[in-house]
Design a protein around this ligand. Sequence first.
Ligand SMILES: [Mn+2]
Length: 430
Amino acid sequence: MTTMISTSVIEAENERRKEALKRDYESLGERLSRRGIDIETVKGKVAAYGVAVPSWGVGTGGTRFARFPGQGEPRNIYDKLEDCGVIHQLTRATPTVSLHIPWDKVADLAALKEKGTALGLSFDAMNSNTFSDAPGQAHSYKFGSLTHTDAATRRQAVEHNLECIEIGKALGSKALTVWIGDGSNFPGQSNFTRAFERYLDSMKQVYAALPDDWRIFTEHKMYEPAFYSTVVQDWGTNYLIAQELGPKAFCLVDLGHHAPNVNIEMIVARLIQFRKLGGFHFNDSKYGDDDLDTGSIDPYRLFLVFNELVDAETRGPEGFDPAHMLDQSHNVTDPIESLMTSAMEVCRAYAQALIVNRGALESFQEENDALMASETLKAAFRIDVEPILAMARLEAGGAIAPVATYRASGYRAKVAYERPAIAGGGGGIV
Ligand SMILES: [Mn+2]
């Protein structure tokens, strides 16, 4: 296995923190056992958990106004995989990478797969892109892709998705995520019904090409780039799509793709109930689709989403296997540090949800004891579960303190030297 960070750096950093961690873990274990919770069981579940890193996340993002690249930006998918390798090596929580086509397109897919394997990474859902024009493509997506009024443009968008499936098959991926930016900026510009008919027709062609063991995730987003209407704008439309397409079609919930204050955890519960929850794009937001780091603004909401997931896990509904991915844009931080922190935030929300006293919660719900029901959730959320996460990382060969260890390794300075900045370079997301 190729290790991006020297194991001796990790060991030295862990050594300094090991004794304190042991004491913290024992103390937390004792507190949890008083509540009837076995810390080892929680740690085991956290250790088995993984969230996918988006390949585009390791580059600096940008806004509509500017992009300020950092040092040692990845130049291609191989560099991106190495950065993802660092994240997984230190956190042990991100064993998969979600690729984006055409940004990550390469000629030699076998070599790419091999690179992933060497880094201990496999490939999560493939992501198609018909929200921007690739250089030299015959038909522009300026006025839409899968829903375009022109049949040849729709066909081109369908074929792009079919190509993503083919690439994914070669890499061992088992899912395709489709998000389109199609919509309109003016009332009257687009016929809502005709556009959605065209969408379903195009997506049925993509669905027909899915291998039997694949799933297709459709991602809704309220607005942007279209600002008056968006074809796949909310979870209701998304649910209709999944129903229309068939049993391999599921809805993907990006936490940022809702109006402010929308009860996302309730949407999650609905989709679970009707077996159409495909997965998540985790991020956080204050105002809209801000793509801020997961758990940085509202960790309680993240916890409430995981509370629904653990509730479902406990009941074990048939075929319940949502895909977990991060999808965020890093503008003012080192993307590797942000992604490590975000992966840990997701693990934290999961661990907190695992220690909710579900029996007590159910009783309080039955008795209509609103205050105690709420306090039961709060009691789990208030517990600092960091010793569980850190112990899981340590036992898996990761870092007790991933960010500090990453900084001590000098990785960023090393790649800054190896990867000279490209003047006015693209990359990242804008
Ligand atoms: Mn997303």
